[in-house]
Design a protein around this ligand. Structure first.
Ligand code: UDP
Ligand code: MG
Length: 330
């Protein structure tokens, strides 16, 4: 076809049954292209690593990175992007909910000059109305908070050009949120649609808590507007309290005392609640600052068949194949 190198990054967490099946399916799609596949084992506890090594031993295009523990989906994607050599990089889940058959269309859109091609599900596996509404509401609110449009895509199935990958690689962000970053960078963006399928094997690795964490991270990563709301709420209540205080004084002045124990307790409890919420919002940002200043790497690689590029982070290089470097016990 041509000499472009296409990298495909696949995060895997306890996905042993999916790996060989996905590799076979991807192979039929990508065979005609100069390509590499990077499987990122995100600290799986099942036999994912064995399946990954099995896949890579029979196919020179398949590379892998294995983390020292579970660092999360976004970190796994970042690791794959950090190590990919492709002129463009496609990230896809291992569970085959996103069909690899959409990849050629994504590559074609990239060849037309688009730098980021986001694949969006047409049907999202028929989720509940509640999930559809919360998801579309979330991306709308996030886009408004972030002051740039964030494409609604709960899947991280996208193609990025080399220059975008280099930017992502240079970012030293603790809690990376790729959906936001890929919108934030700008450049020429395109969208393609696919029909979501059922999971090939296994169950979802995203718990509700994981999803809420990701959602909160998305907001705190791209906006400080919630802090301004906290200030606005404080000002509004201070103003109301002042007005009510004035009213109470006037009433006393005209000889009418305002009574009502219940209303006093209710307003105190209400205002305490508002204060705690505001403190919680501030706390989220302080927690974020704390995590960012620690400057820990996003992930640690314990095993790989990739020769780490020279400019790659030292921490990862030191951890590389540590068990293999250790002298054998005699
Ligand atoms: N994943 C990962 N680390 C995690 C959780 C998930 O690498 O901590 C991978 C998982 O193996 C899959 C992709 O991220 O390839 C998406 O996860 P999943 O299919 O469970 O999410 P869902 O499609 O249910 O939102
Ligand atoms: Mg999935």
């Amino acid at each position: 076809m041509n000499n472009y190198l296409i990298s495909i990054v696949v995060p895997c967490y306890n996905e042993a049954e999916n790996i060989l099946a996905l590799m076979a399916r991807v192979d039929t799609v990508i065979r005609g292209y100069n390509h590499e596949i990077i499987l990122v084992n995100d600290g799986s506890q099942d036999y994912t690593q064995r399946q990954i090594e099995l896949a890579s031993s029979g196919n020179k295009h398949i590379k892998y990175l294995s983390f020292s523990r579970n660092f999360g989906h976004q970190a796994a994607l970042k690791a794959g992007i950090d190590h990919a050599n492709g002129d463009c990089i496609i990230t896809i889940d291992v569970d085959m909910q996103k069909p690899p058959e959409a990849i050629p269309e994504m590559i074609a859109l990239w060849q037309e000059g688009n730098d980021i091609v986001t694949a969006i599900s047409q049907n999202e596996g028929q989720p509940s109305i509640f999930k559809r509404w919360t998801s579309s509401g979330y991306y709308r609110v996030l886009s408004w908070l972030a002051d740039h449009k964030i494409i609604r895509n709960g899947a991280d199935f996208r193609l990025i050009d080399r220059k975008v990958a280099d930017i992502i690689r240079s970012l030293q962000i603790q809690n990376i949120y790729l959906r936001g970053i890929c919108s934030w960078v700008g450049y020429k963006q395109a969208i393609t649609y696919y029909r979501e399928e059922g999971r090939y094997a296994g169950t979802t690795k995203y718990s509700l808590v994981n999803m809420l964490n990701l959602a909160s991270n998305g907001i705190t990563s791209f906006s400080i507007k919630p802090l301004r709301f906290a200030l606005a709420v404080g000002l509004i209540f201070a103003f109301l309290a002042f007005g009510y205080g004035l009213y109470a004084v006037i009433m006393v002045g005209v000889g009418k005392t305002i009574t009502g124990w219940a209303s006093v307790v209710a307003s105190v409890v209400f205002l305490c609640g508002v204060q705690l919420i505001v403190l919680g919002v501030i706390g989220e940002y302080i927690g974020k600052i704390y995590q960012e200043v620690t400057q820990r790497p996003n992930y640690l690689v314990s095993k790989t068949n990739i020769s780490i590029p020279s400019n790659f982070r030292l921490e990862a290089r030191h951890n590389l194949n540590s068990t293999e470097r250790r002298p054998a016990m005699t």
